[in-house]
Ligand binder design. Sequence first.
Ligand SMILES: [Zn+2]
Length: 413
Amino acid sequence: MLNRKVIIAIADGLGDRPHPLLGGKTPLEYARTPNLDRLASEGITGMMDPIAPGIPVGTDMGHLILFGYQPHDYPGRGPIEALGIGMEVEPGDIVFRCNFATVDTNGIVVDRRAGRMREKTDEIAQAINGMELEDGVVAYFKPATEHRAVLLLRGAGLSDKISDSDPKAPNDGKPYHHVQPFDSSEEAERTASLVNLFLKKAHTLLSSHPVNTERVAEGQLPANFILTRGAGKMVNLEPIAQKLKMNVSCIAGESTVLGVAQLAGYKTFTDRSMTGNIDTNIELKAKLAIEQIADNDLVYVHMKAPDVKGHDNEPIEKAKSIERFDHMVGLIRQELPENVYFALAADHSTPCEVGEHTGEPVPVVIAGPSIRRDRVLQYNEMDCAEGGLGHLSGVDFVRTLHDLLGYVKKQGN
Ligand SMILES: [Zn+2]
């Protein structure tokens, strides 16, 4: 048995389109990337559609697939968010993404983000965490980054087929919405009424909370309401790591990626210096990747910045963030043990001219021990389209990696 392993470096939102500011090149073509190009010239390349051609995916779905799941395994954004901030999520739990918000006495949403509140959200959250609702249903509540938070309802017979309380409109005098069931099931009606009960109780508790009294005294908006959206029911998914009997680590700064990694049963590593932007600590990421591959079969190392620059419509900045990614890949490559494949991938395209995810494929590479090389010498959207892996789906790409490790069962006899 060959003791082979894989490190995969993922550049979030890497794929792009030719841009006039870059002389008609994509940010990846424009960037100076000696390390990425070296892997392309030593390995096999191709173009990967996360799901299928022309289907844009979110970072959560893109990583779900890169981590070895099928698209239909998607558990919803709420459960992933909850896992990403370290909440325990059980099958049947209903999870919502939330904002701390400010409402007036008539329930009009004065600010959907409570003045983009950042401080003392922990204290406020504590006041409503563990609230017992009716029929043994308990509400768990935890703050996420800045004004964001997660609400989790646990109990028997709950449904995620309910509407949002978040009006999502700009702060233009709209009231928050009463949560309604989307279908006529008893579960949906009951869950909607439990969420409304939670919102009412939370509003009462938060209105008189010392942190809010202090905020009002300082002329800031109080966080006196919780806006809920995107209810999702946690499904019963077997962690991939357990199913394949693989040991896997994931190194990332972004909670969404960490949440999907938790779902997959991967060990997660993060640090405050992994910022999710261009200044992220690539030295630490590279060091952890090398350390982790010693005891694992597979290590994922993620960098968020290219996606952020794509959303910001900044092609030159995106190219710079790709050069940082290249540098990180170079640091890993220097220390790479001989039995380890090094793969490059992305979760989706985020073209700078669009500022959103699109359905175009992303370039991928696999380099390493006795790999079948192709003739491609550079890592970018144009050259990798000529590669030996051809055009493949995310599921096919991950299976190819698992097969190199000897984890794919032979069909037939
Ligand atoms: Zn992404």
